[in-house]
Design a protein. Structure first.
Ligand code: ATP
Ligand code: MG
Length: 432
C-alpha cells in the first residue's frame, strides 16, 4: 500500500458537515455589501512578487518571512497573495478604473502567509475585504466602519469591540518615528531580535510586536496622538463624532498600528476575547498613498479585511449556520428496468422543479440497503421504483419522517405532487 499524502501544514479542509457556517457568513456578507452599494471585485490569487514588496513594505512580517513566492518556468517572480488590498489597487490601476472615478468594492477568497500555524492562524486562510477609492473622508471612514459593524451585528457577533487610532500623515509619522527611536534605543538590548533589527528602519513595527518582553517595553512608549498633525486630528475627531452619532461604541487605542506599511490616518481593529490569542477578527485603515506608490493617479483609499476562519469559529460557538443541505427526496430503485428508468425520471423531475433537491441511489443494492441510505441522506421523502411499478407506470411515494402510508402515484404526476408537498412553487411567479 502507498503512504498517505498529508495536507500541508497550516492548511485546512472545510468539510460538508461544516459548510453551513461558511455559507451563512458568505450569504450575509453579500447581503450587507449590497445594502451599502459596494460591488464585488474578483482579483487573481497570483501576482508579481514586486506588487506586494512595493505596497506592504520591507520590514513587515509578511514581506520578510511570510510570503509564498516562487519563480515559474518563464522566470516570472510570483507570489500567492497574502492580502487583497494590493491586488485590488493594482487591478483598479490596470483597468483604468480610477481616472476621475470613485469606487466602492468588496472581495472574498483565500490568502496565503507562511506563519506558525495555531488555532485561528493558518497558512491558507480566507478574508472578506472592503475597499473604497477616491474618497477623502472622514465620511467614508465612518461608512466603511459602519458596514463592518452591521455585518458583525447581522452575524450575531455582538461581543466584538472596535479599537480605533490615527497614524496621521507620513510627515507627522516621521516626527513620531524619531521619538520612538529615542525611546526604544534605551531598551535596545531587551528587545526581541525582529524589533532590534527594525529599530532604525521602521520603529513603528515594534509597537505591533507579539513578543511579551517587547510588549512590556511598548507599554511605556510615547503616544502617536501627541505627534498628530492638526488635519489628521480634525479628520479623526470627525470620524469619532460620526460613529457616536450612529451609536457605535469604540475605544481609542494609541498603540494600535497595523502590520502593513501603507496605512495613513485612520486604523481600526475589531477585537474579541472569545478566541484566545488570535483576537482580531477584522482590521483595516486608510491608505492614501498606496495607489500612487503603485504607479496610479493620486487616489485616497480605505479598506478592511475580516478573517473568515476566526469569524467562523465565533459563529460555531453560537451555533449559527445555514443548516445542512439535505436532499428533499431520495430515489430508490431496484430491478433492471427500474434502475434504467431511475436516472431518466430524476432528470425529468429536476427539469420540472429546478428547486427540487433529489438524490438518486447509485450502485444498486436491495430495497433494505437503499432505504437505509435514504434515511441517512436526511431526505424527507423517498420515491420507490421496482420493475413492477415501472410496468404499471407508477412511482411509490414514502414519507420518511412521518407515519403516512406509502402511496402509488402515476409517474407523470409525481413532480407536481412533490412540488405541493415541499412547497417548491411558493414565491414563484409565472411559469418556469
Ligand atoms: P495578526 O496580527 O493576527 O497576525 P494581521 O495584522 O497580520 O493579523 P491583517 O493582515 O490585518 O492581519 O488581516 C486581517 C485579518 O485577517 C486579521 O485580523 C485576521 O482576522 C485575519 N488573518 C490574518 N492572518 C491570518 C492567518 N494567518 N490565519 C487566519 N486569519 C488571519
Ligand atoms: Mg500577521
Amino acid at each position: 500500500m502507498s503512504t498517505i499524502i498529508e495536507p500541508l501544514r497550516g492548511v485546512h479542509d472545510i468539510l460538508p458537515s461544516g459548510i453551513g457556517t461558511w455559507q451563512f457568513l458568505e450569504r450575509t456578507t453579500r447581503e450587507v455589501f449590497a445594502a451599502y452599494g459596494y460591488e464585488e471585485f474578483r482579483v487573481p490569487i497570483i501576482e508579481q512578487t514586486q506588487l506586494f514588496k512595493r505596497s506592504i513594505g520591507d520590514f513587515t512580517d509578511i514581506v520578510e518571512k511570510e510570503m509564498f513566492s516562487f519563480v515559474d518556468q518563464g522566470e516570472d517572480h510570483i507570489t500567492l497573495r497574502p492580502e487583497a488590498t494590493a491586488g485590488i489597487a493594482r487591478a483598479m490601476i490596470s483597468n483604468g478604473l480610477l481616472r476621475g472615478a470613485r469606487q466602492r468594492v468588496w472581495c472574498m477568497g483565500p490568502m496565503f502567509r507562511r506563519e506558525r500555524p495555531q488555532a485561528g492562524r493558518y497558512r491558507q486562510f480566507h478574508q472578506i475585504d472592503a475597499e473604497a477609492f477616491g474618497f477623502e473622508g472622514p465620511d467614508v471612514d465612518a461608512e466603511i466602519i459602519l458596514l463592518s459593524a452591521r455585518l458583525l451585528r447581522r452575524l450575531g457577533l455582538t461581543g466584538v469591540k472596535l479599537h480605533l487610532n490615527s497614524l496621521g500623515t507620513p510627515a507627522s509619522r516621521a516626527s513620531y518615528r524619531e521619538r520612538l527611536i529615542g525611546y526604544f534605543s534605551a531598551y535596545e538590548s531587551q528587545l526581541d531580535e525582529d524589533s532590534r533589527r527594525r529599530l532604525h528602519a521602521n520603529p513603528l513595527r515594534i509597537l505591533d510586536s507579539k513578543h511579551p518582553e517587547t510588549q512590556r517595553i511598548v507599554a511605556g512608549a510615547p503616544h502617536l496622538g501627541e505627534s498628530l498633525d492638526p488635519e489628521s486630528r480634525a479628520h479623526f475627531e470627525a470620524l469619532c463624532a460620526r460613529l457616536r452619532a450612529a451609536g457605535i461604541e469604540y475605544h481609542v487605542d494609541h498603540r494600535l498600528v497595523r502590520g502593513l506599511d501603507y496605512y495613513t490616518r485612520t486604523v481600526f481593529e475589531w477585537i474579541t476575547d472569545s478566541l484566545g490569542a488570535q483576537s482580531t477578527v477584522c482590521a483595516g485603515g486608510r491608505y492614501d498613498g498606496l495607489v500612487e506608490q503603485l504607479g496610479g493617479p493620486p487616489t485616497p483609499g480605505i479598506g478592511w479585511a475580516m478573517g473568515q476562519e476566526r469569524i467562523v469559529m465565533l459563529l460555531e460557538q453560537l451555533g449559527r449556520h445555514d443548516g445542512l443541505q439535505s436532499p428533499d427526496v431520495f430515489l430508490v430503485a431496484s430491478g433492471e428496468r427500474a434502475q434504467a428508468f431511475a436516472l431518466e425520471l430524476a432528470e425529468r423531475l429536476r427539469e420540472g422543479s429546478p428547486r427540487l433537491r433529489l438524490q438518486v441511489n447509485l450502485g444498486g443494492g436491495n430495497f433494505k440497503a437503499q432505504f437505509k441510505r435514504a434515511d441517512k441522506s436526511g431526505a424527507r421523502y423517498a420515491l420507490v421504483l421496482g420493475d413492477e411499478e415501472v410496468g404499471r407506470g407508477v412511482v411509490a411515494l414514502k414519507d420518511l419522517r412521518g407515519d403516512q402510508a406509502q402511496v402509488d402515484c402515476p409517474a407523470e404526476e409525481i413532480g407536481g405532487r412533490l412540488s405541493v408537498l415541499l412547497g417548491l412553487d411558493e414565491g414563484n411567479t409565472g411559469k418556469s
